[in-house]
Design a protein around this ligand. Structure first.
Ligand code: PMP
Length: 346
């Protein structure tokens, strides 16, 4: 039996996540599709890694001192990661987030003891954008540091030094392609850089949601967004410092509907409850797998990221009224009206 050795402290629980073969996506692509289970981190998302690396980086630069405060502007998951790491190290956390993010994320941040500052969603050029508000707060507060996940490359370093090394080891170096979507870009850039260093033949693909500008940037050299998406945590309109030099070989654009198909199938067929960015990533991985199969690579191995737990989206993705209001397909088991009394009695 393969038993993980005991850890001496809770921060060591971040990373070293399992890699799992996804049966449905593998069958669809005609190759092996693997999911890196980032929902298995203590904060249930891929962002625990970035939080730990950014806080350790601020400490090592002497900016974050005992009793200090970590401030960040975030759509949620980074804040959850920061709050957990900050608690474990004795720092305070202040999180600025747009008020249209899921209620679960807000409640979780409050439950973790973070101070929450909600701002209306607005465009990046507006000084009221959550990232600018959080940066100004950190500048004005003594003892505070701004994590700045978008342009702080300690974020992607977490994936160069952590995620990509783990993927290489877990696949025994037998990996043909990697793909995921970009929020800050830390994951795609960091894993891409780490894997390319191992083998330049590994194809790195960006999977972009609608409403983001990166697909057009990598396909046509022009930052231009088209359409929209309800996926939280992904969809970028600029080249962040984390994305600079990212070794992207190819790119796909995936709709919310395509992502939702995989969210539903992975839940129903494989017992995995995930957020929409994971579904979009899996759709991208199937596209990449098919491309590699079509080129004649023998039994290609493709890895993607299962970014966060679906339990974070019970009021949105897993809520039939919310899905219907957004014009999105409702999962058939949610659409079924329960017989009177069934839910109350259960
Ligand atoms: N999925 C979810 C749910 C996220 O919260 C994030 C982080 N913003 C991502 C994907 C993308 O990760 P990254 O910031 O490393 O690009």
């Amino acid at each position: 039996m393969n038993i993980t050795r005991p850890f001496g402290d809770t921060l060591a629980l971040i990373g070293n996540t399992p890699l799992v073969r996804l049966a449905g996506p593998s069958a669809e692509a005609g190759c092996d599709i693997w999911g890196k289970c980032e929902f298995a981190n203590p904060g249930s998302s891929v962002k625990d890694r970035a939080a730990l690396w950014m806080i350790r980086d601020a400490e090592s630069r002497g900016e974050l001192k005992p009793g200090g405060t970590v401030i960040e502007g975030t759509a949620g998951n980074t804040g959850i990661g920061i709050a957990l790491v900050a608690n474990a190290l004795g720092y305070r956390t202040i999180i600025v987030m747009p008020d249209n993010q899921s209620k679960e994320k807000m409640d979780t941040l409050r439950a973790l003891g973070a101070q929450l500052v909600l701002v209306p969603p607005t465009k990046y050029s507006d000084p009221g954008h959550f990232q600018h508000v959080s940066r100004r707060m950190a500048e004005e507060m003594p003892g505070a540091v701004w994590a700045g996940q978008f342009d702080n490359v300690a974020n992607r370093k977490a994936h160069i030094e952590g995620t990509s090394q783990e993927i290489w080891e877990q696949t025994g170096g037998r990996i043909d392609g990697f793909t995921c979507a970009a929020g800050t870009g830390g994951t795609i850039a960091g894993v891409g850089m780490g894997l390319k260093e191992k083998s330049p033949d590994i194809r790195i693909a960006l999977t972009d949601p609608h409403g983001a500008a990166l697909y057009n940037y990598f396909a046509h050299g022009e930052l231009r967004a088209e359409g929209s998406s309800v996926a939280e945590g992904i969809g970028q309109g600029r080249i962040t410092a984390n994305l600079e030099g990212a070794p992207i070989d190819t790119q796909y654009r995936i709709s919310d509907e395509e992502g939702l198909v995989w969210v539903a199938r992975l839940l129903r067929e494989e017992g995995l409850c995930l957020g929409l960015s994971s579904g979009i990533n899996v759709a991208g991985a199937v596209a990449l797998g098919r491309e590699l199969v079509a080129e004649g690579r023998e039994r290609p191995q493709v890895v993607t990221i299962l970014c966060d737990t679906g339990f974070r989206y019970l009021s949105t993705l897993y809520n039939p009224e919310w899905l219907a209001a957004k014009g999105l397909p409702v999962f058939d088991w949610l659409a079924r009206t329960p017989a009177p009394g069934v839910e109350a009695a259960a």
